[in-house]
Design a protein around this ligand. Structure first.
Ligand code: ADP
Length: 151
């Protein structure tokens, strides 16, 4: 059976931290689906089309990586694509507490889906899309934090 992982997130915008997790996950799975979750309550800073386009550009030519968007439950999206793994990155203890709740609830909803965590590389521990957005709002230079062309 194919090992398919879904990497869900807002990617608003995609950062070098996200990119690192996705590239490091590639050898572990046959396919990684980077899935932009559209949450009705949370208005994004960058439009969905732009976030998709940046991910497409970043991973063009990577056979094992697909880009998708979805609304609704991540576990429903996984089942639709026969993905048995949800991939998430961990930066801090706060990330762990947050992810533990979601991961355990997902596991109770669909026991066959495992959440797999990768610890972030130390240089990306402080990097978040929300800080990148703040820097952009205030006219700062984010090039060291995001892949080329993003922002
Ligand atoms: P969400 O809105 O679901 O938190 P994000 O786009 O912020 O989505 O993040 C998606 C995933 O990427 C999450 O698992 C998050 O922990 C992880 N992530 C975010 N920033 C980094 C980073 N700098 N290094 C490693 N993983 C990260």
């Amino acid at each position: 059976m194919e090992r398919i992982a879904v990497f869900p997130g807002s990617f608003d915008p995609v950062t070098r931290g996200h990119e690192s997790i996705i590239r490091r996950a590639l050898p572990l799975f046959d396919r990684v689906i980077v899935a932009i979750g559209e949450n009705g309550e949370k208005k994004s800073f960058f439009p969905l089309e732009k976030r998709i386009a940046w991910l497409h550009d970043l991973f063009a030519g990577e056979a094992g990586i697909e880009i998708a968007s979805y609304s609704g439950l991540t576990v429903d999206f996984c089942q639709k694509y026969n993905a048995r793994f949800i991939l998430r990155g961990l930066r801090t203890a706060a990330d762990f507490e947050f992810e533990r709740g979601i991961g355990q609830m997902n596991k109770m909803m669909v026991p066959g889906i495992e959440t797999v965590f990768l610890l972030c590389e130390p240089e990306y521990a402080a990097l978040s899309s929300s800080i990148v957005r703040d820097i952009i709002r205030n006219g700062g230079d984010v090039r060291q934090f995001v892949p080329p062309g993003v922002g």
